[in-house]
Ligand binder design. Structure first.
Ligand code: HEC
Length: 139
């Protein structure tokens, strides 16, 4: 399904192997259509606790956000792009003012904006059914 391809770049779903976000294979057991749509439209409203990014604030006011991948004596290493594990920034501990949870989800919010209404309904039905594309939301 074309609409779903964008999701499975990040999400695992049946045989699709996106590794960046949570496994959606059993999303149908956790969400009704309304809640699923809400999660897709507003990823930052309720961030899955295993995927909450970190924000480091530095003495010069700059911030670095991402996932902490290394804690050295002098340095903290942070991966700033979930889709690229090589994308790392080292921050000198002496320059760190604070480290805390970042309130913005790594999942982009505008994913559905290029889809038609029927594509969106098909996508929701597909995910809720666990991959059965014959499934219909409203029948
Ligand atoms: C760039 C990567 C990326 C893309 C593309 C993406 N997601 Fe996500 N998604 C994530 C991450 C990371 C999380 C976990 C953080 C959060 O809860 O916001 C997440 C969370 C979710 C959740 C909540 C699941 C949970 O266990 O908390 C749902 C539902 C979801 N995504 C559905 C979708 C759908 C449907 C699409 C396609 C329209 C999509 N995502 C596209 C990265 C992505």
């Amino acid at each position: 399904m074309r609409a779903a391809a964008a999701c499975f770049a990040c999400h695992r779903f049946g045989n699709e192997r996106g590794m960046i976000g949570p496994d959606l294979t059993s999303a149908g057991a956790h969400y009704n259509a309304r809640d699923l749509l809400d999660q897709i439209l507003n990823p930052s409203k309720e961030i899955n606790e295993q995927f909450v990014p970190t924000v480091i604030t530095k003495t010069n006011g700059d911030t670095v956000t991402g996932t902490i991948v290394g804690l050295g004596n002098d340095n903290v290493t942070i991966n700033t792009d979930l889709s690229d594990p090589m994308q790392k920034v080292g921050v000198d501990r002496k320059q760190i003012v604070s480290i805390g949870p970042f309130k913005v989800s790594p999942m982009p919010p505008m994913l559905l904006s290029s889809l038609t209404e029927s594509e969106i309904l098909d996508l929701l039905a597909y995910i809720l059914s666990g991959g059965d594309s014959g499934h219909r939301l409203f029948r």
